[in-house]
Write a new protein. Structure first.
Length: 510
């Protein structure tokens, strides 16, 4: 890279650190650290939700699919995000917000101790935290691939540099730092991505009309919505997985809804994110799609976006593009770190150490920051060994997407009155048998069918949760009260002057 490119990349890292330091002044306790004190504007929450939803894997794994298969990656990987988030804007986003307002929770799992019981909460917390380690590791590995192409830097060095910078700003500033850096990253990514699209259209030779004329120049099948291993069944399963994942199963995204001041703001936040999922991935994926025409002989499709940037962009814009690629990874990883830290601090530690929930604010904040450091460190170590776990796409699709259902179904459906009689037996059976289904298909049967790997744990978990709830209902007054409280009515649309005086879910662990 040229000097201007290094300057652009260095400036990006400096801005991220300065935002973290500024955000540090807004963090006075654990609530500020994990949910922004419930003061986050809906538009900032929406952009942060969107930026936290995907990473540099877009420019590596998903770009490779766009190059090799065409538009199918947009159809099965990103339209489900828009659909799931749009549905969640009405079904789940307001409920997460009411949960914080009415019970002063700071973690998405904090309510589960009374909605079900402590063992259920702990099962979901431990397994979900472990899954997040691998999920974030895949993101570090993605950005390291890009750094390797642009600079020749080793994978290990790339992982360590990205992880350490992220660690510094998200540990200092908490959710406010995450959201504000997400916004800055969104702006940077916008300039970089639009510049790449403009250059690609120029290379195609048709100007803006190239958006309409490229389709007859693409390889056979690249214009089909579902091709290769990406079947209609795979798409259907992915839609259901993402409905749960992007409305709370991915804990950091639930935090964005909790951080707004009212249920209405949370709904608007989800709506904005859903619209962005329709528009922005199409912008990001157009260059690797067009690369099938412009650069048909690339041997490693994972490097297609980086190779295009190096070949087509002038000095300065290459560094900005790399910064934009960094932005998605750092946005997602920092928000995941914050969410996992919330779960460990508010759910796991209080179950292990008596009195941990009643620590002084300064001590609780220190523990939260230590948990963030530990999580990011472990995920970087796993990222260095990512190839042993199936590589970037293998982790994202073969592990995260497949296991997300059993972890998120009891948590999300537990918010809905329709499932209020589904108690601990339904939740633990759903979680355990869903994970068992994944193990059987993936490791016992050694199936290479991605559709089967994703569908089996998802369907198993969903069917078991509903069936056990119907066959062995566990009516509980506390569960009824929680589902009723988070379901409205929306007489609380005005911002609360202060957090409710209730404890964090009455009678929870601590």
């Amino acid at each position: 890279m040229a000097t201007l490119d290094w300057a652009a990349l260095g400036g990006y890292f400096l801005v991220m650190l300065l935002i973290g330091l500024w955000s540090h002044r807004r963090v006075g306790d654990v609530s500020d650290y994990f949910t922004g004190g419930g003061r986050m504007p809906w538009w900032l929450s929406g952009i942060s939700h969107h930026m936290s939803g995907y990473s540099a894997a877009v420019f590596v794994a998903y770009a490779a699919i766009a190059y090799s298969y065409g538009i199918t990656v947009y159809v099965w990987a990103f339209l489900p995000l828009a659909l799931g988030t749009g549905v969640g804007a009405w079904l789940f986003a307001p409920r997460w917000n009411r949960l914080r307002r009415r019970y002063a929770v700071a973690s998405p799992l904090e309510y589960l101790a009374k909605r079900y019981n402590v063992p259920t909460q702990q099962a979901l917390a431990w397994s979900g935290a472990l899954l997040k380690v691998f999920d974030v590791a895949a993101k570090w590995a993605s950005v390291a691939v890009l750094l390797n192409v642009f600079t020749g830097m080793s994978m290990t060095a790339g992982i360590l540099i990205t992880g350490v910078v992220t660690l510094l700003y998200c540990t200092v500033g908490g959710l406010w730092a995450d959201a504000l850096t997400d916004f800055g990253q969104f702006v940077i990514q916008g300039f970089a991505a639009l510049a790449m699209v403009w250059v690609v259209l120029d290379r195609l030779g048709d100007g803006i009309s190239g958006l309409g004329t490229i389709w007859h120049r693409l390889p056979e099948g690249h214009g089909h919505p579902l091709v290769g291993p990406y079947t209609a069944t795979f798409l259907g399963a992915y839609v259901v997985v993402k409905l749960f994942e992007y409305n709370g199963g991915m804990w950091n995204l639930a935090q964005r809804y909790m951080a707004t001041d009212t249920p209405k703001a949370a709904r608007r936040s989800a709506g904005l994110s859903a619209v962005l999922y329709v528009v922005w991935p199409a912008v990001l994926l157009f260059p690797p799609l067009a690369a099938a025409v412009l650069l048909p002989d690339i041997t490693d499709p994972q490097k297609v976006y980086a190779l295009m940037a190096e070949s087509y962009l002038p000095a300065g814009l290459v560094g900005l593009t790399l910064a934009g690629m960094f932005s998605h990874t750092m946005a997602m990883a920092s928000s995941d770190a914050n969410a996992v830290s919330a779960v460990v601090t508010r759910d796991i530690i209080p179950a292990l150490v008596r009195g941990a929930r009643n620590l002084p604010p300064a001590t609780g904040l220190l523990i939260a920051r230590i948990c963030t450091v530990v999580f990011i460190t472990i995920s970087m170590v796993v990222a260095i060994e990512a190839d042993h776990f199936g590589g970037v796409l293998g982790i994202i699709v073969g592990l995260v997407a497949a296991v997300m259902g059993p972890i998120s179904i009891p948590m999300l459906l537990g918010l809905l009155p329709l499932f209020r009689r589904c108690g601990p037996r339904a939740a633990l059976s759903s979680w355990g048998l869903g994970l068992l289904g994944y193990v059987l298909v993936k490791f016992v049967l050694d199936s290479a069918d991605q559709t089967l790997v994703i569908v089996t744990p998802l369907v198993t978990s969903l069917v078991v949760y509903v069936a056990v709830g119907l066959a062995a209902p566990e009516p509980d007054e506390t569960a009824d009260a929680i589902t009723a409280a988070v379901s409205g009515p929306d007489g609380d649309e005005e911002p609360a002057a202060a957090p409710q005086a209730q404890p964090a879910v009455p009678g929870s662990t601590g």
